[in-house]
Design a protein around this ligand. Structure first.
Ligand SMILES: NC(=O)c1ccc[n+]([C@@H]2O[C@H](COP(=O)([O-])OP(=O)(O)OC[C@H]3O[C@@H](n4cnc5c(N)ncnc54)[C@H](O)[C@@H]3O)[C@@H](O)[C@H]2O)c1
Length: 254
C-alpha cells in the first residue's frame, strides 16, 4: 500500500521515523505541507517524494494521512475521497461540524473510499465503541495540560473552559481532538473541562462514560511530542497502529 501524508509536523515526523525503521507496514512515499521545507525535510529521510499540492500525489497513493489542521480537512479531504482514495484524519475536531462530516461521508459512500479516525491521544475508545451499541447517557472529559501545551501562561492551576465539546474544539483546535473523537464515538456531545496546571508534566485526559453497559473511567497520561507540546506521542502511535492494522488478518479489539 502506498501512502501520502499531508502536514509534515510532529505527528508526521513520528510516523516517518517508523517508516525509516521499516516498522510501518506500508510504503510512505508522498509528502505535502503548505511549508514546502517541512515536506522536503521529512521526505528526504525516507527517500520520499515532495509534492507541491495534494493533487499531485493522488494518482499514486492508496491512502492519505491528514496530519495538518482542522482547516485543512475541509479543503484537502474532499478531493482525496473523490478520487476514491482512503484517508486517515488526525484533525478530528473538524468532524464536529455535522455539515462537513456528512459531506465527507457522502463522497466516501459514492466513491467506496474510507475515512479512518484513529483513537488519538486517549485510551479506551475500543470499549466506548462497543458501549455505543447500547444507549450512552453521559460522556465527560477532563483534560489537564501544562500551560505551554495549551499555549497560555499560567502560574497556578487554572480552569480554562467548562462546556460542550463542539465549542471547545473551536476554542482549542490543537488540543481538543480527543473531545471530538469521544463525541463522534458516543454520538453525543461530550462535557469538557480544560485545566492548565504548571505542576504537571504530562497531557492528561480523564474520560467518564455512562450508559446501558454500565460505567467506565479511563485516565491517559501522555508524553508530548518533542517538536509540538500540544500533541501527544500516543496520537501518532494510534495512526501507526491503524496503518498496521490495515494489513492484519487478525485483529484484537473493536
Ligand atoms: N486525533 C488526536 O487525538 C490528535 C492529537 C494531536 C494532534 N492532532 C491534530 O493533528 C494535526 C497535526 O498535529 P501535529 O502535532 O503534527 O501538528 P504540527 O503543528 O506539528 O504540524 C502540522 C503541519 O501541517 C502543516 N499544515 C497546516 N495546515 C496545512 C494545510 N492546510 N495544508 C498543508 N499543510 C498544512 C503545517 O505547516 C505543519 O507543518 C493537528 O490538527 C492536531 O490538532 C490530533
Amino acid at each position: 500500500m502506498t501512502v501520502g501524508i499531508v502536514g509534515c509536523g510532529a505527528i508526521a515526523s513520528i510516523i516517518t521515523d517508523f517508516a525509516l525503521e521499516g516498522k510501518l507496514g506500508v510504503d510512505l512515499k508522498f509528502f505535502y505541507d503548505q511549508d514546502l521545507e517541512m515536506a522536503k525535510k521529512l521526505s528526504s529521510k525516507v527517500d520520499g517524494i515532495t509534492v507541491p499540492t495534494v493533487h499531485d500525489m493522488l494518482d499514486h497513493v492508496d491512502l492519505v494521512i491528514e496530519a495538518a489542521s482542522q482547516q485543512a480537512v475541509g479543503k484537502i479531504v474532499p478531493p482525496i475521497l473523490k478520487r476514491g482514495k482512503d484517508v486517515i484524519i488526525m484533525s478530528v475536531g473538524a468532524l464536529i461540524d455535522p455539515e462537513l462530516k456528512n459531506h465527507l461521508e457522502t463522497i466516501a459512500m459514492e466513491t467506496k473510499s474510507r475515512i479512518h479516525t484513529p483513537s488519538g491521544a486517549i485510551v479506551g475508545l475500543d470499549g466506548i465503541k462497543a458501549a455505543s451499541i447500547g444507549n450512552i447517557t453521559e460522556v465527560n472529559l477532563v483534560t489537564q495540560k501544562p500551560p505551554e501545551s495549551l499555549g497560555i501562561p499560567a502560574d497556578k492551576e487554572t480552569v480554562l473552559y467548562e462546556g460542550k465539546a463542539s465549542a471547545a474544539v473551536h476554542k482549542f483546535p490543537m488540543n481538543m481532538n480527543v473531545a471530538a473523537t469521544l463525541s463522534l464515538a458516543c454520538k453525543m456531545e461530550t462535557n469538557v473541562k480544560i485545566i492548565a496546571d504548571p505542576e504537571i508534566q504530562h497531557n492528561c485526559h480523564e474520560v467518564h462514560v455512562v450508559g446501558d453497559f454500565g460505567e467506565l473511567r479511563t485516565t491517559t497520561q501522555n508524553r508530548s511530542c518533542n517538536t509540538n507540546p500540544k500533541t501527544s506521542v500516543l496520537a501518532a502511535y494510534s495512526a501507526i497502529k491503524l496503518l498496521k492494522s490495515l494489513n492484519e488478518n487478525s485483529r484484537i479489539g473493536t
